[in-house]
Design a protein around this ligand. Structure first.
Ligand code: IVH
Length: 715
């Protein structure tokens, strides 16, 4: 249920009649489509809130242009025609819908409307009921025996689901107790418990079936099965709350009728409350909303009903809904639930992200069990700009929290219900160690994200690190790209960088596994091993870059390699700097020296030191060094056509990537610049080159196509 952002609709007061007519036609079609998806396919495409917004717009436009109300308008009908496959049942009394209130004021207006209509001075007694989020059902009893069960369908004609309904334990086959009318239609809601829904979905997934989006859909899908045995195997439940045709009325109030239903053998919701003021009713709404998450079933609001049945009768209906009842909906897409636990996930690049594990709650029609908590500061009540958020309230395990889901983004925790904080709840202690590999996790100055420093050893980062390790500016192994790395990792053949170089000599099983790979014959294996062997000798700068240390890109790797000259010197200096690390900073000579390298700032220095402070990184590096030979820093060639020249690449290159082009140019002794000046020797222009090309032409700089460039460097 993804809500896409649409252009804001025209203000209704600005609509011309002609435009209004067009929009009403469009809205009617759209609503019809959604009705069908909801009622017949149990697969709603938009949230209830968005659907309500569509209907409200129709109502508002029709209120301005009453002459445009047509028989086909969504305001003139309820639901959608019954799905195919079940016999049709005409309801003796239509199953209508409820009008909605979204604010306290609208509830007050509802009660005032009732008073005006009945010319009452006093506030009428109101029954407040939870609005169960299931599907409504009408049960016909003749002389106390269940004879027919029907879904709502379009409100007038529903589907005959008698056989299915007979399998639901909450629905009596024979009515009990006093005052059983000769014939009566009992109505209520079929629903599924949240826990039963989750278990059912697990079974569905194990059986390779599509899971249901929410308990309502799973109840609807379970009820409308052609094979009754399937319905019988599904844990459906039923609350009674209304009625249709009734030959005699066993009571004269709504609450009296609910009492009668209960003694007749139905389950009536125990929370239903008789209210004597609007404040009482609103207090019920708020209490129910607060407790919504902890209820075992889904509700989407509360329903207020005028208690006296004679008043209900006088009030009657207006278009598709009764004047004597209204649904007060909960704010869309938000729900409260309990934050059971905070887990830390480690991303592919080492970022530690806190995730909220929640007591399951349906938010906007989807059951949510996990939500993001963004980062360490967010949990503390501090925003990205350092200013307090949520009035500085922190988030703790055990808290009751407000979960929000907007469109298809990951649900998030937007607030804490402080009144409900358990006395035992403690501020969350964000881990300083990676929960996946145990390496220390550090947070750089000015950064909100804490990161794992176990670059070479953290399984959460392994694949990403390996891809980086073999990338073009690092080890650049022919035939071992991102795709192969992923496959070899999945097969357990390459888990750490060193595994690339031990692949060949590892046991025969690994080699066989490799040869058995689809499209990976004897020759490919031989070629791969040759390509790996060719890279056993690697320049220091490439090795440093390959380690994937944060902030150490190609340029910084070169600065470091040039400064230290050999791998041993580099490693020894970094180990000395790491040993000098302390809470007060780092005053070691080695660290100072590192910091003083022109172009290497504190951020880079700290990141390198963090890498070497993790002993297991050092161990992994030592293992790798047993397999490879490190050459001094890559020297640019001086005897090529482009040695000493300055080159600028512009436009989109189709024959090679920017990185590739840059690396090749530098290897051949050229300098790659970002902008065109008089000092530029060549501009290599790809497709759609813009201002740089123009400038080159103005300055008379040589412009080469990609092919001409290739010819130049290969020639
Ligand atoms: S009374 C004439 N009471 O809400 C209106 N409806 O939006 C009779 N619902 O179709 C409905 N809980 O499926 C009523 N306590 C409750 C309800 C309830 C859920 C559903 C029902 C109805 C829809 C109206």
């Amino acid at each position: 249920m993804v809500s896409k952002s649409k252009p804001a609709p025209t203000d209704i007061s600005n609509l011309t009649k002609a435009k209004a007519k067009v929009e009403l036609t469009r809205l009617a079609l759209e609503i019809e489509r959604h009705d069908k998806a909801y009622y017949q396919e149990d697969a709603p495409k938009i949230s209830d809130a968005d659907y309500d917004a569509l209907r409200r717009r129709v109502e508002a436009i029709e209120a301005r242009f009453p002459e445009l109300v047509s028989a086909g308008s969504p305001t003139q009908k309820v639901g959608a025609a019954p799905a195919r496959g079940f016999a049709k049942v005409q309801h003796a009394v239509p199953m209508l819908s409820l009008g909605n209130a979204f604010s306290d004021d609208e509830v007050t207006e509802f009660v005032e409307r009732v008073q005006r209509f009945l010319k009452l001075d006093e506030i009428p007694a109101i029954v407040a009921e939870p609005k169960i989020d299931g599907l409504s059902l009408s049960l016909r009893y003749e002389h106390g025996e269940l004879v027919r069960a029907a879904t709502r369908g379009d409100g007038f004609v529903g589907e005959d689901v008698t056989a299915n309904v007979r399998t639901i334990a909450d629905i009596p086959h024979t009515l009990k107790g006093r005052a059983i009318p000769a014939s009566c239609e009992l109505r209520g809601e079929v629903y599924m418990l949240k826990s039963d829904f989750l278990a059912l979905n697990q079974r569905q997934e194990q059986a390779g079936e599509a899971p249901f989006a929410n308990p309502r859909n799973s109840a609807a899908g379970s009820l409308r099965q052609k094979d009754v045995a399937i319905t019988a195997s599904r844990p459906l439940k039923f609350f009674a709350y209304a009625w249709g045709e009734m030959s005699d009325a066993p009571a004269d109030t709504q609450h009296g009728m609910l009492g009668w239903m209960k003694q007749a053998g139905f389950v009536v919701n125990p929370r239903i409350t008789l209210c004597h003021s609007v404040d009482d009713a609103l207090a019920f709404y708020r209490k129910t909303g607060d407790e919504r998450a902890s209820l075992p079933y889904d509700i989407d609001g509360v329903v207020y009903k005028v208690d006296r049945l004679d008043w209900q009768e006088r009030l009657g209906f207006v278009s598709r809904s009764p004047r004597w009842a209204i649904a007060h909906k909960f704010a869309a897409e938000q729900a409260t639930t309990v934050l059971e636990k905070i887990d830390i996930q480690v991303g592919r690049t080492g970022a530690l992200t806190p995730v909220a594990r929640l007591a399951p709650v349906t938010v906007g029609g989807v059951v949510v069990q996990n939500a993001t908590l963004h980062n360490e500061d967010y949990i503390k009540g501090v925003g990205n700009d350092g200013a307090p958020i949520r009035d500085g309230v922190d988030i703790r395990e055990g808290d009751t929290v407000v979960v929000q889901r907007a469109g298809d983004v990951i649900p998030q925790i937007v607030n804490v219900v402080l009144d409900k904080r358990p006395a035992s709840a403690k501020p969350y202690d964000f881990p300083h160690k990676c929960p996946v590999c145990g390496s220390h996790a550090v947070r750089e100055d000015g950064e909100v994200v804490r990161r794992c420093t176990g670059a070479l050893i953290c399984p959460a980062q392994a694949v990403e690190r390996l891809k980086h390790f073999v990338s073009r500016l690092a080890f650049d192994i022919d035939g071992l790209g991102e795709k192969q790395i992923q496959e070899f990792y999945d097969d357990g053949l390459i888990m750490h960088p060193v595994d690339i170089f031990t692949l060949q000599k590892r046991d025969a099983r690994a080699a066989k596994k490799l040869r058995d790979r689809e499209g990976f014959g004897e020759t490919s294996v031989r070629n791969l091993f040759a390509a790996i062997d060719a890279r056993r000798r690697i320049e220091l700068n490439r090795l440093i870059f390959a380690l994937g240390i944060r902030h150490v890109g190609e340029g910084n790797a070169k600065l470091l390699a040039r400064h230290y000259g050999s791998f041993d010197a580099f490693r020894d200096a970094m180990l000395a700097a790491a040993a000098g690390q302390s809470a007060e900073g780092n005053s070691s000579e080695a660290y100072q020296d590192l910091n003083n390298i022109g172009g290497v700032g504190e951020i880079v220095a700290d990141a390198v030191v963090e890498f070497f402070a993790e002993r297991r990184n050092v161990k992994a590096l030592a293992e790798l060094l047993d397999e490879i030979e490190v050459l001094p820093v890559e020297q640019a060639k001086s005897d090529t056509a482009i040695a000493g020249k300055t080159v600028v690449f512009t436009g989109s290159l189709t024959k090679f990537t920017r990185d590739e082009a840059k690396a090749a140019a530098e290897r051949l002794g050229a300098k790659v610049a970002g902008s065109v000046s008089k000092k530029t020797d060549y501009v290599v222009a790809g497709e759609d080159a813009g201002s740089k090309l123009t400038k080159a032409r103005e300055l008379g700089v040589a412009v080469l196509s990609e092919d001409e460039w290739l010819a130049l460097i290969q020639g």
